[in-house]
Design a protein around this ligand. Structure first.
Ligand SMILES: Cc1cc2nc3c(=O)[nH]c(=O)nc-3n(C[C@H](O)[C@H](O)[C@H](O)COP(=O)(O)O)c2cc1C
Length: 163
């Protein structure tokens, strides 16, 4: 089925990981919270991504929800591959070291999460990684970037509150 997934508005998330040998970052649109207590989120990553095996090796990963002004980081992290580029070493990326885990996080993001890998499942052509959130930081002054049908957006006008 062609592009069924493009009908879902996606957050624009950078997944970061570091092993003793290598660090990397990739863009993920398929990311969601899945449990309140304990706090667990998921990211869906194709096995061909360099990040995929690095997460399995590290047993932990970082998630940074990009702000509306960070589209360029999404393009870089989402088009270059970690086997040929040290993406996090590029001048466009500024990282913050995690405090609970050895994960880099992206400066200027709306929110950052330090996640311990608790489970992963191969499903279709992707692997779903579940991470328990051990620490989070939020910058309320940053509005999140959104991707819909191949186009990046900033959030629009408010239409009412969730009850
Ligand atoms: C906006 C956007 C969203 C993406 N979402 C995903 C995703 O949810 N899962 C995935 O496996 N790849 C996704 N990608 C593709 C990867 O980010 C891309 O293949 C990246 O270069 C992988 O980097 P790596 O090989 O260094 O891990 C997305 C790319 C972009 C630009």
């Amino acid at each position: 089925m062609a592009r069924y997934s493009s009908q879902f508005p996606d957050p624009v998330v950078l997944v970061t990981v570091a092993t003793p040998q290598k660090r990397n970052v990739m863009t993920v649109g398929w990311a969601s919270p899945v449990s309140f207590d304990p706090p667990i989120l998921m990211v869906s990553i194709a096995p061909a991504r360099v990040t995929h095996d690095l997460i399995l090796e590290a047993g932990e990963f970082g998630v940074s929800i990009l702000g509306e002004g960070q589209k360029e980081l999404s393009t870089l992290a989402g088009t270059l591959h970690g086997d040929s580029h040290d993406k996090l070493g590029m001048p466009q990326f500024t990282t913050i070291q995690g405090e609970r885990l050895a994960v880099p996080l992206i400066a200027g993001a709306r929110a950052c999460f330090e996640c311990r890998l608790v489970e992963h499942h191969s499903i279709g052509d992707h692997t779903v990684f579940y991470g328990e959130v051990l620490r989070m930081t939020v910058d309320e002054s940053v509005s999140p970037l959104v991707l819909f049908n191949g186009v990046y957006y900033a959030l629009g006008e408010e239409r009412g509150r969730y009850p």
